[in-house]
Design a protein around this ligand. Structure first.
Ligand code: HEM
Length: 266
């Protein structure tokens, strides 16, 4: 199962062009959903106005070298390893889900566009990356959703309470999980049985919800967060501090109460 391209096997019943059109449609849905979200929230407009205002408070003009240094640090720390989430489980779960999803999506595009024509042979690495990416996403996503999300972890809500904010993480888990089950059943070669077809339909529907729901879900954070991290680090380096007051000079004394439990009340 791990070394077979599920999309190649699917070409026995569906022409590659349909799969390719579906992928293009999903990418278009991301663009449309994100643009609608930006127009609705006006967050990008606010972001640029705020950056312009902050620039006036800069105490230092950054050289190109300094800008590159800040940018590289942001890419390695804030973006590639989501340092905003601290050093604990939350960051681990996010990194698993993030890289799992990236592997899953990239290998899907490669296999659907390059390795679905009848004369092609898929190198083993692509199906392995696809299955491993899906597994990582399911593990990281479930860890986050069952144990770490704020309403369960900090507000003592039961894990089965589902709200609109869960749309992104649940749709993400569903696409990977249904994709894995579909691939497994298809590999078992069950002939005329319906099992794999049912999970293929679930996989398609989960994708439609994930990509069709960009406007309503947290999907677009994967574009906003890197931009915000770059701006924050540049504002720290040029002394503008995002229009915030200067740091206090006194020692950080919060009393003994701070040690009683780890901070988790958001
Ligand atoms: C393919 C890329 C990414 C995927 C699949 C992904 C996935 C997720 C998921 C599933 C959540 C949980 C959403 C929820 O609250 O229900 C989340 C939250 C979050 N993500 Fe991402 N993410 C990606 C990229 C990024 C990037 C690039 C950053 C930062 C630069 C980032 C920072 C965050 C933060 C700060 C949270 C809030 C976590 C919390 O509430 O504990 N993400 N992400």
């Amino acid at each position: 199962m791990f070394t077979s391209n599920p999309f190649y096997i699917l070409t026995e019943s569906i022409a590659p062009i349909f799969m390719q059109v579906f992928v293009i449609l999903m990418i278009s849905l991301i663009v449309v959903g994100t643009v609608m979200d930006m127009i609705h929230k006006k967050n990008v407009k606010y972001f640029f106005e705020n950056a312009k205002k902050a620039k006036k408070n800069a105490t230092k003009v950054l050289s190109t070298g300094e800008r590159i240094k800040v940018l590289s640090k942001t890419i390695v720390s804030d973006i590639a390893t989501t340092s905003e989430l601290g050093a604990g489980k939350r960051r681990m779960a996010h990194v698993m889900g993030m890289y799992g999803t990236i592997l899953f999506w990239v290998s899907t595009v490669v296999m659907v566009f390059i390795y679905t024509n009848p004369s092609s042979t898929t190198p083993n690495i692509w199906p392995i990356l696809w299955h491993a990416g899906a597994l990582l996403t399911v593990i990281g996503g479930c860890w986050f959703w069952f144990f770490l999300r704020v309403d369960v972890y900090s507000e003592a809500q039961p894990w089965y309470r589902i709200i609109k904010a869960d749309l992104f993480v649940l749709a993400l888990i569903a696409t990977s999980l249904f994709g894995l089950i579909w691939s497994y059943l298809q590999n078992m070669d069950l002939g005329a049985r319906w099992d794999d077809k049912v999970f293929l339909v679930f996989y398609i529907v989960a994708n439609l919800i994930l990509f069709g729901g960009v406007y309503w879900s947290k999907f677009a954070h994967m574009f906003y967060k890197p931009g915000a991290a770059i701006q924050k680090n540049l504002a720290e380096a040029d002394g503008s501090r995002d229009n915030l007051p200067p740091e206090a000079e006194g020692p950080e004394q919060f009393g003994l109460g701070i040690k009683r439990e780890e901070p988790k009340h958001y």
